[in-house]
Design a protein around this ligand. Sequence first.
Ligand SMILES: Cc1ncc(COP(=O)(O)O)c(C=O)c1O
Length: 433
Amino acid sequence: MSAPELHLWHPFTQNGVDPAPLLIRGARGVFLETPDGRQILDAISSWWVNLHGHSHPAIAQAVAEQAARLEHVLFAGFSHEPAEELAAALGKIVPQPLRHVFFSDDGSTAVEVALKLALQYWNNLGHPEKRRIVALENAYHGDTAGAMSVSDDSPFTAAFNSWRIPILRTHSASCAHCPVGLTRATCHIECLNKLERLLSDEGHEIAAVIVEPLLQGAGGMIVHPEEFLAGVRRLTAAHGVLLIADEVLTGFGRTGRMFACERAAIVPDLMCVAKGLTGGFLPLAATFATDQIHDAFTGGERTRAFFHGHSYTANPIACAAANASLRIFQDEPVFERIAAIEKVHAARLAAFSSHSSVADVRHIGTVAAIELKVPDAGYLSSLRPRLYQYFLNRGVLLRPLGNVVYILPPYVITPEQLNFVYDVIEDSMSLDF
Ligand SMILES: Cc1ncc(COP(=O)(O)O)c(C=O)c1O
């Protein structure tokens, strides 16, 4: 009897309608390579994780060396050099006073950790009534239950509504679709007023507000004014509510600074990173906390401990990859590359803004988005699969978020390569899809 065939089940993929996945056999720099030698320019950093180019030799070497020395050890009751080194390196770059780091595996788990830390913080302080969470419209924080609860309603969450924890929802500063009908040139960030009302009326029951700082990713690459983030920080501090900054996408240079929070000169109480932490090599995430939060988990009863962990918490190989990625920030002109990307975005987007099929263009740091006018706007827009296929046929990996085409390249992309990506997008706009 022959062995039964086991089929791969890919994420966000509907086998009845989506094309078969492309086989990739190697990757170098910005290019993915298929077995028949086709080169595909990865213009979205393989789901926003890659920073310094695929298969960067320094990270590959660090991974190989670490795997041969210590592949893994449990992280409760034990520690290891790669994690200690990583904590020290991160301590030099994360906004202060975030002085404690709790490792997990992915963006979603970093968010779960932050939410649970916020709830238990108040519980340990004798305020179990502070248990509600506020999140933004258009938010996306991941696919596990807690992260999915704070994410906004979407096709990703529809089947799980009965399971999602009820949360409070406030406006996002989506200027292209202003939630309060104003325009950025003359507004005073009135979209914050709803949050202010929520915090005044229900702050005594609210544990934390969670935001994607300055850039909401999966919700449509929505760029917020810095004043909005600064306002969220001011209001949460004034009302005794914790602020969680989900920097899973924005961390490690994506918005032009190491962390988006720096652009608004704020420090959250809890901060989540993942994706770019290992330069795109391995899953590793971190949630940072202030002394104030950490100290609520110490002293007195053992039950004050944070009873949360994952088998592969702080995996040494992943930590070694992260250490190597952070060293590249020092050894290579990473922020010069980022500045060069920003320059091309600014120059090329200007031409798109006047196009009759474009509803909005926006960019921050290395991320640019072109929102197209369509009758069925949203993640399931019928234009999206056709555009996706067109781009792939032209040798460019772009995965539009519905009717929003965005570019989020590895930092090593050259201006010529980035201009080519723009040329392909421009060509797509003259086609009759
Ligand atoms: C802002 C943000 N938070 C959390 C996540 C979830 O991360 P992961 O897919 O690694 O679980 C994502 C993923 O896109 C994200 O963009």
